[in-house]
Design a protein around this ligand. Structure first.
Ligand SMILES: C[S@@+](CC[C@H](N)C(=O)[O-])C[C@H]1O[C@@H](n2cnc3c(N)ncnc32)[C@H](O)[C@@H]1O
Length: 273
């Protein structure tokens, strides 16, 4: 790739998706874009990048940004955070919200939906809140392709083999051909999927009790992590919890959060002022 195209592309991805591609990431860019430029009918990668440079926005730009994002996810990923939610956090929130009977969750960067669906199944399986409480799960990602996939609630055998307990498969899924479809009334209706870039302004009317922001900050540089954590701080209820991925932390980024052990997991709460 021509050096000026590499520089342009790194800046373009950072601006569009916050994703930080270090100087050593040329191999990653080339490997992710190779199939794409050929599919779009270009004979080499530089011509494709030139086409991206020639217009402010359009399908080339959208597809290139999507190609640079990593969408890896599984049901009940890492297990411990979900156990801690079930055993400690949700029971505590239910006590604290007895008056309003409202619980609000947000899976930010939800990828193909396994994270918010795991939460919905956990709530359905363990807490008899249905029709008595107003439980809302907002699930957002900037990638339209993963959101389309997530909204369908249809997963392959390989996907359900990754992390989904057998009792959840039996109770909440129906076989459809060789795939598995999540129950609409019991699970899919609990979730609202929305397209949202973490780069954008957050405009929520009500704050959230639990925010999942897992395995996405790792792709951003320090300034972007700080900027997002400050916006997340303002979107979280004072007694709420932020859940990050195992390799992520708020330490040295946003002092308004403090890590707290919750069962076998570590979550983040707003520091008392
Ligand atoms: C590795 S997945 C994590 C999925 C899930 N949270 C988990 O932990 O299993 C990261 C997701 O972040 C999304 N993402 C990356 N940059 C984003 C941005 N700037 N705004 C919103 N979503 C973004 C990607 O599209 C991808 O689906």
């Amino acid at each position: 790739m021509r050096p000026e195209n590499l520089t342009f592309f790194r800046d373009f991805i950072r601006e569009a998706a916050l994703i930080s591609l270090g100087e050593d990431k040329e191999y990653l860019i080339v490997s992710r874009l190779n199939a794409l430029y050929q599919r779009e009918g270009f004979s080499n990668l530089d011509d494709y990048i030139d086409a991206i440079r020639s217009q402010p926005s359009g399908p080339y730009q959208t597809n290139a940004v999507e190609a640079m994002a990593t969408h890896e996810t599984t049901f009940f990923r890492d297990v411990n955070p979900f156990d801690s939610l079930r055993d400690i956090v949700i029971p505590q929130l239910i006590q604290n919200r007895e008056n309003t009977r409202q619980l609000k969750f947000w899976s930010a960067a939800c990828s193909s939906g396994q994270e918010p669906y795991s939460l919905a199944m956990l709530i359905r399986e363990h807490f008899p809140l249905h029709q008595i409480w107003d439980v809302k799960i907002l699930a957002t990602d900037f990638s339209l392709s993963v959101l389309d996939y997530a909204r369908k609630g249809l997963y392959t055998q390989i996907e359900v083999n990754r992390g989904l307990p057998a009792q959840c498969l039996v109770r909440f899924f129906k076989k459809q051909g060789s795939d598995w479809l999540l129950d609409d009334a019991m699970i899919r209706q609990m979730i609202e999927f929305q397209c949202m870039n973490l780069n954008s302004y957050f405009h929520f009317i009500n704050k959230f009790d639990v925010i999942f922001l897992r395995n996405v900050l790792i792709y951003f540089d320090v300034d972007s992590k700080r900027m997002i954590l400050e916006k997340i701080r303002d979107a979280l209820n004072p007694d709420g919890y932020l859940i990050l991925g195992g390799a992520e932390t708020t330490l040295n980024l946003c002092e308004d959060f403090e890590p707290v052990p919750v069962g076998k997991a570590v979550f983040y709460r707003l520091a008392k002022t």
